[in-house]
Design a protein around this ligand. Structure first.
Ligand SMILES: [Zn+2]
Length: 386
């Protein structure tokens, strides 16, 4: 029996598709990554090297806002069970251990101390670079470790310049849309309000579908309303040296893309505010035009009127959690699978009521999800351009 929820696995069995796994590992290394490559820089994230019983190692990163939650549970040499982490491709310019993947921890990550025999677990795995040959690694982005001798003995610290972090921010594959059958229009789904949806766990409830009645209250500024989709698998395409390439792991080497919708609607229902993402098929149903058509007359970062006109409209949607995205964020995002009912344009938007009542009564500070949600755009008109 393992003390936390999930399925026990090993580092070598991890894949991008892994979602609810538990690792039994030793914290081999733990260090702070600081901005600017020196100790005076602000902390950007907390980094770990984890090793399992088989001796495989993986790099894990704890984002800044999650450090206060996870750091007290961790220290070097500790053997732990760890669950609810996100498996990602290793950063191209930032390799501590030889592993094609890395882990990104989050506020839902679970950690339990193991009482495994200390002698069973490997302590170190990664190769050290001798100081004498370090100069030859200057400007090498593949791997750099700095070994220093401090008063307390040998200490390792990686120093990295931020401009060396060449990971494309938009490399996340857009999740494949699993479209419901027409039959499901008549199926009853469990009704949830947004406050309840906010509690859905992307690690354990990723396949559940819920019905929810909400009003679209905005679209975040500076976000794109469509993306370059791979013609083969609909994953996001990113620019490469020779055109564009699909970001799907082990994906088809496609170079062709087409524009597809990915509209980040902000919705509210009087209990909470969340992001409901609408992809190509549902958005085309709503708007009456394909993204490819709309893109011909509209910039990527300006929300077309055809989309913004839906702000203020109330709908009953069937949704499912976008688990890959939600595993990284404090508040979950959902995909609209089905537009079940349209209730027309609303005279009053629910957000305003929620915010003021939550503030006045002071019910809970957690009621106001402002952190993950980008600023809302002006409701009545298109975003002005500078
Ligand atoms: Zn593809």
């Amino acid at each position: 029996m393992i003390p936390i929820q999930g399925e026990l696995t090993t580092i070598s069995d991890l894949r991008l598709s892994t979602t609810n796994a538990v690792l039994h590992v030793r914290v081999s290394r733990m260090w702070e990554f600081r901005e600017g490559g020196n100790e005076k820089g602000n902390i950007k994230h907390l980094d770990l090297v984890l090793i399992d019983l088989k001796g495989d190692a993986i790099y894990a990163e704890i984002p800044l806002d999650v450090i206060p939650i996870l750091k007290p549970q961790l220290r070097e040499k500790l053997i732990i069970f760890i669950g609810k982490f996100v498996v990602e491709k290793a950063k191209p310019g930032y390799k501590v251990v030889h592993n094609p993947y890395m882990l990104r921890l989050n506020r839902r990550t679970t950690i339990a101390t193991s009482n495994a025999n200390d002698l069973d677990f490997p302590k170190y795995t990664f190769s050290l670079t001798p100081i004498e040959i370090l100069p030859q690694f200057v400007k090498n982005k593949e791997c750099f470790l700095v070994v220093r001798n401090t008063a307390g003995g040998l200490m390792m610290r990686r120093i990295i310049k931020l401009q060396n972090l060449s990971l494309p921010v938009d490399a996340t594959p857009v999740e494949k849309i699993d479209l419901p059958n027409e039959v499901q229009t008549h199926v009853a789904f469990e009704e949830r309000n947004l406050l309840q949806l906010n509690d859905i766990d992307p690690f354990t409830q990723k396949d559940e579908r819920y019905q929810c009645t909400v009003t679209i209250i905005g679209i975040p500024e500076k976000q794109h309303w469509c993306y370059r989709a791979c013609r083969v698998c609909s994953s996001k395409m990113i620019s490469a040296s020779d055109g564009f390439q699909c970001t799907k792991d082990g994906g088809y080497p496609s170079k062709q893309f087409e524009w597809k919708y990915k509209i980040p609607f902000i919705v509210a229902d009087g209990t909470y505010t969340l992001e409901f993402m609408m992809f190509e098929r549902r958005a085309t149903e709503l708007i009456g035009k394909s993204a490819e058509t709309l893109r011909k007359y509209n910039d990527l970062d300006i929300i077309p009127n055809e989309i913004s006109q839906w702000i203020g409209h109330k709908f009953t949607f069937v949704v499912r959690i976008l688990y890959k995205k939600s595993m990284r964020t404090e508040h979950p995002s959902f995909e609209v699978l089905l537009i079940k009912d349209r209730h027309g344009k609303q005279a009053v938007l629910p957000l305003l009521n929620t915010q003021s009542s939550a503030q006045e009564t002071g019910t809970s500070s957690a009621l106001l999800p402002t952190k993950d949600l980008p600023e809302l755009m002006t409701i009545s008109s298109k975003t002005p351009t500078d």
